[in-house]
Design a protein around this ligand. Sequence first.
Ligand code: IPD
Ligand code: CA
Ligand code: CA
Length: 264
Amino acid sequence: MARSALLNVMVQAAMKAGRRLSRDFGELENLQVSRKGPGDFVSNADYQAEKIIREELAKARPNFGFLMEESGEEEGRDKSHTWIVDPLDGTTNFLHGIPMFAISIALKHEDRIVAGIIYNPATDDLFTAERGRGAFLNDRRMRVAAREDFHDCVVATGVPHLGRGHHGRYLSQLEAVMADVSGIRRMGAASLDLAYVAAGRFDAYWEENLSPWDMAAGILMVREAGGFVSDMKGGEKMLETGGIVAGNEIIRKYLMRNLKRAQV
Ligand code: IPD
Ligand code: CA
Ligand code: CA
């Protein structure tokens, strides 16, 4: 499948930043790391990857704005287009030598995500999607899993940790879901959790307290792979509330039902 010019720009930026991340991943002992908050680390790898992505995207589309995890919001001359970027999703994995991390880049036009890519340089998995044009893993078209029985499902999630989230509420959600499914996974990179739902590897996924850059590209990817995404109340306010539930239509509904049972 020939990629559009837009996706090519995004892929090139991610590949370039990915080469830098791979180098840093191979020499973790030399990496400068600082703490943003309790249990929340940032490294020179995050900053360098973000710089490369910003430069590449700005070169190709000089007027677009940015919303980037490390450098924040920057309005462009073209106010209708914004890049939403997580230069390193899964920093905790990265810093522990666990090869489960990714670069996530989305493009928002007006209120819609129109393109998204998620790239794991450690596995060379490249997930891409464009609105109305499907979702792909490398060059293969992706479809969400077709399972309809919740008991057969593997469900991914994000577990709150030191300084983050409502631990009691999460435990009751987990209890309500785990009793009904074949397995629960906590991979540690929200963008990849969504990409894996799009690829049919995970049947469903939920998490709260996310930021727009964790999920913007992944939301489009799941939808373009035929899946459904909502916030924790079944609405469309994922980017605003930080909560997300994803899967095929039937399984997302089962997951919602179980999560509701747990709401405290
Ligand atoms: C984190 C990862 C993780 C999720 C956290 C995110 P970061 O992003 O996506 O899976 O559970 O809530 O903050 O900090 O590694 O970019
Ligand atoms: Ca992230
Ligand atoms: Ca990050």
